[in-house]
Design a protein around this ligand. Structure first.
Ligand SMILES: [Zn+2]
Length: 301
């Protein structure tokens, strides 16, 4: 199986067997600003590279940023992180290019599929996932099935409003969760609080470790907002667990206890929060799982 994960920064591809064992990988910069044709070309190169190494692969699964009509394989909504992506039918293009069965889904959905197959949610069937990275992605699984919604935006927790009239979001709303809980947001909030333009989240977290009181306050506010979102997800969906992924998980030792303390203060009953285990491979592993679903039942483990 080939699993591809298309993001604004990079396109990651894996060859994975039907048991989830990774057989090969390929990664390439998206250089999304060069436009749609460039992204398509890079996606094609990634798939071709893996197929040359693993010519027996029987299906291709693709996770991409944006909202995807999984019946047709068309991207029904995408931001300018992937210019021209909205309206593009990935499934048709890949199918005609490589003559294999193709399945396409949103990248947070494939990340959740991956974590449920080989990672933090292996023993579970009711899971909510949040990815705290450049943006905030989200996905819901109930009874072992992804809940994509009537208009393919099910699980888009990143664009649920947290702060009315808050910071403007690239979706057109104000105060979305993504504007307070993404890595990008953390850098912005830290820069505003200190008057120092932080180049990335790493420098913010380094200042947290140095005990910068302004940054400690920013992180306290951050974990309060995160705990509030987790509380609401737990009460509203009541999954067996909420899996947290994305780049901010790499530094979880700096904020996880604070988040759990906030949840304790909120008296959130029986909440199970788990860090994702597959890192930035979750999306491609889940995309390979999606590809498995295209094959006869005997292949699905
Ligand atoms: Zn938004």
């Amino acid at each position: 199986m080939i699993g591809i994960d298309i993001g604004g920064t990079s396109i990651k591809g894996l060859a994975v067997d039907e048991n989830g064992v990774i057989l090969g990988q390929s990664r390439i910069a998206t250089n999304a600003s060069q436009g749609k044709d460039h992204i398509i070309e890079k996606m094609g190169v990634t798939i071709r590279t893996l197929l040359e190494q693993h010519p027996d692969a029987e299906a291709i699964g693709i996770g991409t940023a944006g909202r995807v009509n999984t019946s047709t394989g068309q991207v029904v909504y995408a931001t300018e992180n992937l210019p021209g992506w909205q309206g593009f039918n990935i499934k048709e293009w890949v199918k005609s290019e490589f003559r294999l069965p193709v399945a396409v889904d949103n990248d947070a959905n494939t990340a959740l599929l991956g974590e449920q197959w080989q990672g933090a949610g292996e023993d579970l069937s009711d899971i909510v996932m949040l990815t705290l990275g450049t943006g905030v992605g989200g996905a819901n699984m109930i009874g072992g099935e992804l809940v994509r919604g009537a208009h393919w935006n099910g699980g888009e927790w990143g664009h649920v409003v947290l702060i009315p009239d808050g910071h403007p979001c690239n979706c057109g709303l104000q105060g979305c969760i993504e504007q307070y809980l993404s890595g990008t947001a953390l850098v912005r909030l830290a820069s505003v609080a200190t008057g120092h333009a932080y180049p990335s989240g790493q420098e913010v977290l380094a200042d947290l470790q140095r005990g910068n009181p302004e940054i400690i306050e920013v992180i306290e506010r951050y974990v309060f907002h995160l705990a509030l979102v987790l509380h609401n997800l737990h009460i509203g969906i009541n999954p067996e667990a909420i899996v947290l992924g994305g780049g901010l998980i790499d530094a979880k030792e700096l904020w996880w206890d604070g988040m759990m303390a906030q949840l304790k203060d909120m008296n959130t009953p029986e909440i199970d929060i788990r860090p994702a285990l597959l890192g930035n491979q979750a999306g491609a592993i889940g995309a390979a799982k999606l590809a498995c679903s295209l094959l006869p039942d005997s292949w699905i483990k």
